[in-house]
Design a protein around this ligand. Structure first.
Ligand code: IMP
Ligand code: MG
Length: 181
């Protein structure tokens, strides 16, 4: 840890927090749990863009059974703070009716995004809705969200890398970095 260089993005510095190898092992555990629950149900993975794109790409390749993949865009964040305002961009032609939907998220922070989106998705009458998020910040939650397949439980500090950005930068980092003291 101490030997790793800081990564600088705009005005902030970040230090390495979760290594790519640890992420890979965590995803294998999550994939095992999803397989057990949904292997014979042709679930629909619904990826929340942009942050979850790398997690989704890694997760889906660990799922060795039939599953569908769709993408939505939800925007709620500027800089390092949640705005509380949520914009949902849902493709008009996805049929959720009677489908088992697994929402794939990068991080559940305040829970504002999911608490706005879940009621919208429920209107489409899916058979079930579950959430997987590679990162969860319980201390930041202001909404109660049931996360069926959580990855890493982390403290309330801003992180980047592995799909997550700061001001649109840092998504391409292979490891996850945490805001340095
Ligand atoms: P929430 O609505 O507050 O739960 O946060 C939702 C979105 O904010 C996440 O899907 C991320 O895109 C973004 N976000 C929250 N915390 C972080 C962070 O620490 N780093 C980068 N993006 C974050
Ligand atoms: Mg997100």
């Amino acid at each position: 840890m101490g030997h790793d260089k800081l990564v600088h993005i705009d005005d902030l510095s970040f230090s390495k927090y979760i290594k790519a190898k640890e992420i890979e092992l965590k995803i294998e555990d999550i994939a095992d749990a999803i397989r057990e629950d949904f292997h014979d149900k042709y679930p629909m993975l619904l990826v929340v863009m942009n942050g979850a794109f790398i997690y989704a790409a890694d997760l889906i390749r660990k799922l060795d059974f039939a599953c569908e993949l769709n993408f939505i865009r939800i925007k709620s964040y500027h800089g390092t703070r949640s705005t509380g305002k949520v914009d949902i961009f849902m493709p008009p032609n996805i049929d959720f009716k009677n489908r088992h939907v697994i929402i794939i998220e990068d991080i559940i922070d305040t829970g504002t995004t999911m608490s706005a989106f879940i009621p919208e998705l429920e209107k489409c009458n899916p058979a079930s809705i579950s959430i997987s998020s590679i990162l969860v910040k319980p201390e930041a939650h202001v909404h109660e969200i049931d996360i069926r397949y959580p990855g890493f439980i982390i403290p309330n500090k801003f992180v980047v890398g592995y799909g997550l950005d700061y001001n649109g930068k840092g998504r391409n980092l292979q490891d996850i970095y945490q805001l340095a003291e």
